[in-house]
Design a protein around this ligand. Structure first.
Ligand SMILES: Nc1ncnc2c1ncn2[C@@H]1O[C@H](COP(=O)(O)OP(=O)(O)OP(=O)(O)O)[C@@H](O)[C@H]1O
Ligand SMILES: [Mg+2]
Length: 327
C-alpha cells in the first residue's frame, strides 16, 4: 500500500476493572488506504468499537488504558495530538456513526442546533450565516430520507423514534465532507430497506467526496457487497486481512472459515452449527494465539507463541498453519 490514510500499529488497550485488567486489544495492526472501503468483522465483544473509539480519542480513560502502539492518521500521531488537534480531526477529517445513536446526540439541544454547530465547525462559517447552515442541514436530513426536515430541526432527540435518531446521527456525520468515515453498524436499528438506503448513501458520498470508509457489520453479506478489503478480528487481535473477494472465496484462518460457515445459506443446507466454545475471558486470555482453545487444527506452538501475520501482498493471516508456505 502507498502511504496509508490510517495506520494502526500494534495497538494494545486494557480496561481497569475490580481486581485487575481486561486485556482487550492485543497488538492490533490495521491499515486503510485513501478512498478505500474497508470492512471490519468479528464476533461480538472482539474489540471493534474499542479500536474505533481509540482512533477518535473517545476511549473512556479510566477505565480504558492504552498500553502501547501507535495510530497514525495522515502522517500524524493521533495518540500524541493536543486536544485542539483532536477536535479538528473529529470536526473536519474523520466522522463516526456510532453503534448506539442515543449516546451520540446531546439531549438538551435541538437537532438543528447540533447540526448547525457541526456544519459551522466543519466549514468555518459564522453563526450569522444562518441561511447557509439551514440549507446544508436540511439537505443532510433529506439525504437520510427523513420526512419534514424543517420540523425535525426544531425537535429535541427525545421527540424522535430510535430509527429517526439513528438517521439524524448519520446526517450529522455526513453533513460535511470528511476524509474517513467510521460506520459502526450503521442502520442496525432500522428496517432492511432503510439500511440498504443508508449503505447506498454512504457509498455514493464516499465516491463523490473521495472518502475512505471503515464499515463494521455483523452482516457478512453487507461486508461482501460494500467493501473492497476485509479485516477479521478475534478476541482483540487481527487474525486475517484480504481483498474482500479473496477472503470470501478462500478464507485461510480457522476462525474466518468457521465464521463464514455460520452464514445461513439459501440453498437448503440450513444453518451451520456455529463456532464451538465462546470468546475468551479478557481477564485471563489464552496464551499464544487467542483462538487456540477453540481451534480444530491447534498445534503445540499455538499456545506458546503469538503468530504474526504471514502473507502475500493481498492476503495476510495470523496462523502457524501458514508459517512455512507464507514466510
Ligand atoms: N468501558 C468499558 N469498561 C470495561 N470493559 C469494556 C468497556 N468498553 C468495552 N469493554 C469490553 O471490551 C470488550 C470489547 O468491546 P467492544 O465494544 O469493543 O466489542 P465489539 O467488537 O464492538 O462488539 P459488538 O459487536 O457487540 O459491538 C468487551 O469485552 C467489553 O465488555
Ligand atoms: Mg461494537
Amino acid at each position: 500500500m502507498s502511504q496509508p490514510l490510517l495506520d494502526i500499529q500494534n495497538l494494545s488497550v486494557r480496561f481497569r476493572v475490580y481486581g485487575g485488567y481486561l486485556r482487550v486489544l492485543d497488538g492490533v495492526n490495521f491499515q486503510v488506504a485513501p478512498q478505500e472501503r474497508v470492512g471490519l468483522v468479528g464476533e461480538t465483544g472482539c474489540g471493534k468499537t474499542t479500536t474505533m473509539k481509540t482512533i477518535m480519542r473517545i476511549l473512556p480513560q479510566p477505565p480504558g488504558v492504552i498500553k502501547g502502539g501507535k495510530i497514525i492518521f495522515k502522517g500524524k500521531d493521533v495518540l500524541g495530538m493536543e486536544s485542539w488537534e483532536v477536535e479538528r480531526m473529529r470536526r473536519r477529517e474523520v466522522a463516526m456513526i456510532f453503534q448506539d445513536p442515543t449516546a451520540a446526540l446531546n439531549p438538551v439541544f435541538t437537532i438543528g442546533e447540533q447540526l448547525f454547530d457541526a456544519i459551522r465547525y466543519a466549514t468555518g462559517k459564522e453563526e450569522s450565516d444562518h441561511r447557509f447552515l439551514r440549507e446544508v442541514a436540511i439537505r443532510a436530513l433529506e439525504e437520510v430520507a427523513l420526512p419534514d426536515p424543517a420540523r425535525i430541526l426544531t425537535n429535541y432527540p427525545i421527540q424522535l423514534s430510535g430509527g429517526m435518531r439513528q438517521r439524524v446521527c448519520i446526517a450529522l456525520a455526513l453533513a460535511c465532507p470528511k476524509e474517513l468515515l467510521i460506520a459502526d453498524e450503521p442502520g442496525t436499528s432500522l428496517d432492511v430497506t432503510i439500511q440498504d438506503q443508508i449503505l447506498r448513501l454512504i457509498n455514493r458520498l464516499a465516491e463523490e467526496r473521495k472518502m475512505a470508509v471503515i464499515l463494521i457489520s455483523h452482516s457478512l453479506g453487507v461486508i461482501r457487497d460494500w467493501t473492497e478489503r476485509v479485516w477479521v478480528m478475534y478476541a482483540g487481535t487481527v487474525v486475517e486481512e484480504a481483498r474482500t473477494q479473496e477472503l470470501f472465496a478462500q478464507p485461510l484462518h480457522p476462525y474466518t472459515q468457521a465464521l463464514l460457515k455460520c452464514v445461513p445459506k439459501l440453498t437448503g443446507e440450513g444453518i451451520a452449527e456455529g463456532i464451538p466454545g465462546r470468546i475468551p475471558d479478557y481477564f485471563d486470555p489464552p496464551s499464544g494465539c487467542r483462538f487456540h482453545p477453540r481451534c480444530p487444527y491447534r498445534m503445540a506452538i499455538c499456545s506458546q507463541e503469538k503468530p504474526r501475520l504471514y502473507g502475500t501482498p493481498t492476503h495476510h493471516v495470523a496462523c502457524f498453519l501458514y508459517q512455512e508456505e507464507r514466510k
